[in-house]
Design a protein around this ligand. Structure first.
Ligand SMILES: [Zn+2]
Length: 173
């Protein structure tokens, strides 16, 4: 397993729709393992393939946060939101591609998502709480959408300028 470099916003790949995978092969399984390792290392609770520059509809997540609880690494291929609750909830979101920036985002409180697992079987599950926010945030990545796209333009521009500065500083070192 390899820790992959995570793209930092702004990057055209983070604004591009990723393509369907279909049946996973060993390459996709190895990629999912790398993405989980990269996510845990960051550390983060979710990561989508475009964030490491691969334009495929694959995301990983693990929103188990309780101390000492069993981790639940998940890999979702070609995920689809089948249903979303009318009830909304607000979470303060962050993103590994937008380090150290956080903002409240309102999304459906519950969603039912279907996806293909690493063995090629179609699965579905209803997610609530942090899992719901996380899976919606990651599916957005597959559609070239970032959580800052939900913010007011001024706030979004402020964050983007900070990220441009961060990238310039990183490029220099
Ligand atoms: Zn993100």
């Amino acid at each position: 397993m390899t820790i992959r470099p995570i793209l930092i916003h702004p990057d055209p790949r983070l604004k591009t729709r990723a393509t369907e995978i279909g049946q996973p092969d060993d390459t996709v399984r190895a990629l999912a393992a790398d993405m989980l390792e990269t996510m845990y290392d960051a550390p983060g609770i979710g990561l989508a393939a475009p964030q490491i520059g691969l334009m495929q509809r694959l995301l990983v997540m693990d929103c188990v946060k309780e101390e000492g609880a069993e981790p639940r690494p998940m890999a979702l291929i070609d995920p689809v939101i089948e249903w979303a609750s009318e009830e909304l909830s607000v979470y303060e979101e962050g993103c590994l591609s937008i380090p150290e920036q956080y903002a409240d985002v309102e999304r459906p409180a519950e969603v039912e998502v279907s996806w293909t697992d690493l063995d090629g079987a179609r699965q579905s599950e209803r997610f609530g709480g942090l899992w719901s926010t996380c899976v919606q945030h990651e599916i957005d990545h597959l559609d070239g959408k970032l959580f800052i796209d939900y913010l007011k333009p001024l706030k979004r521009q402020m964050i983007t300028r900070k990220m441009q500065k961060l990238k310039r500083e990183k490029a220099r070192t």
